[in-house]
Design a protein around this ligand. Structure first.
Ligand code: AMP
Length: 421
């Protein structure tokens, strides 16, 4: 028996109501803020990720799904959403439109991680990006959008963690100070942190091991090393957040898992869980587009993992609107009635009435059971007597009441009825 590959899941019909709910909230949010949809391919040149997310991060070093295609090109399944958006921005000359260009996307991302609740090898992200402007007001806009997104879903138990990790000028000075601090504790570091110290010292702050966290707690703070411009940018971004009444917590150890971030970084954390379980995160990446061969272009964005959102919706027992069921089930008894049922189902669909037709000559009881499972509001029953009298039996599935109506009145009757809510 084949199974879905480890870390991936089928999204069965009963789960789809959650996905539709999240997607509808996301699309209306983006419309409200003037963001336009963009879809990018599911695989890209692998260098798109190795050059931007960069070596020294888990995503590039341990988690990418790379393969060489039959033409010898080295490709990678989409590891994250931002680099492809920037690639498309450059490839299609979107820098020629009025800036910032505001875009959003949905799609799967692939990371070879150890699967657990809320952590998958194929997960789905909803993200939005504003490319081409350094104004801290746009950082605040993106953070407000993230906040409003979670609130619109009905999630209220979360906090927004905020930090600034500086720019090309000031970050290296901080990294130097961090290295010095950690070099006094090398013997106490976990094996991963020993590698981080050599390859990607900022990530040291993010280690979840208790012994390493103690060292992180007494590490120098990045905000003490920000250059004048980064300091002013961070203050201004916070000013806009206060103006908008958006609560946030400064978190000097927040660095995020991708290397391209500069200045503002933020994460949305559910309240009842640890730092491993961010609902979403984002920040500014002012050097990314230049790293891909474009002109220096400031940009800021956010992405949320849909599986994690749904997990939280379920944990908070939020009621999600069900997917619409067909309004009626068409049941029949006997061969002749089956012909009528097939014809009637087709006619009703052509009149834009959603119906589900019984199949397989079952007993009436079995057919009604089926109608109940599918949640149709009505069942139309056709038997021998109904064919002769050119009528049908119209059964209200909620009350169980039945009446006989002429065939000619089926369309108007169904159009007047309210499907079960
Ligand atoms: P990132 O691209 O790492 O900034 O991730 C953005 C968001 O995607 C995270 O905050 C999570 O909600 C979600 N996410 C990241 N990795 C995974 C994963 N392996 N499984 C499920 N969700 C994930």
């Amino acid at each position: 028996m084949y199974k879905a590959p480890r870390g991936t899941s089928d999204i069965l019909p009963k789960e789809q109501a959650y996905w539709k709910y999240v997607e509808e909230k996301a699309v209306s949010l983006c419309q409200l803020y003037g963001y336009q949809p963009l879809s990018t391919p599911i695989f890209e040149d692998s260098q798109l990720f190795t050059r931007t997310v960069a070596g020294g991060t888990d995503i590039v070093d341990k988690e990418m799904y790379t393969f060489t295609d039959r033409g010898g090109q080295k490709l990678a399944l989409r590891a994250e959403g931002t680099a492809p958006v920037c690639r498309a921005y450059l490839e299609h000359g979107l820098f020629n439109s009025p800036q910032p260009v505001r875009l959003y996307y949905f799609g799967p991302a692939f990371r070879y991680e150890r699967p657990q609740a809320g952590r998958h090898r194929q997960h789905h992200q909803f993200g939005f990006e504003a490319l081409g402007d350094a104004d801290p007001a746009i950082d605040a806009e993106v953070i407000e959008m993230a906040q409003q997104f979670f609130l619109s879903l009905g999630l209220s138990q979360f906090s927004i963690q905020l930090n600034s990790i500086g720019c090309k000028l000031c970050q290296p000075k901080y990294v130097e100070a961090l290295k010095q601090h950690y070099s006094a504790y090398v013997a106490r570091l976990c094996p991963d942190c020993k590698t981080r110290l050599a390859r990607n010292p900022l990530r040291l702050l993010d280690c979840k091991k208790a012994s390493c966290q103690k060292i992180a707690e007494i590490a120098p703070k990045i905000t003490d090393y920000l250059c004048h411009e980064c300091q002013a940018h961070f203050q201004s971004a916070q000013g806009y957040l206060k103006l908008l009444g958006i609560p946030f917590q400064l978190n000097y150890r927040l660095v995020r898992g991708l290397d391209y971030y500069t200045r503002t970084v933020f994460e949305v954390e559910p309240q009842e869980e640890g730092a491993q379980s961010a609902l979403g995160g984002g920040g500014r990446y002012d050097n990314l587009i230049e790293a891909l061969g474009g002109k220096p272009t400031p940009a800021v964005g956010f992405a949320a993992g849909i599986e994690r959102l749904i997990l939280n919706l379920k944990r908070q027992n939020l009621t999600i609107p069900p997917l619409p069921a067909p309004v009626a089930f068409i049941a029949y008894l006997g061969k002749e009635a089956k012909m009528e049922a097939v014809k009637l189902s087709s006619q009703l669909r052509k009149a834009s009435i959603a119906v589900m037709q019984a199949i397989g000559d079952k007993s009436l009881k079995a057919q009604l059971r089926q109608a109940n499972v599918f949640g149709t509001s009505y069942t139309i029953i056709i038997g021998k007597a109904e064919i002769e009298s050119r009528t049908v039996i119209f059964r209200d599935m909620r009350s169980g009441e039945q009446k006989s109506i002429p065939q000619t009145e089926i369309v108007t009757t169904l159009k007047q009825t309210q499907p079960l809510g």
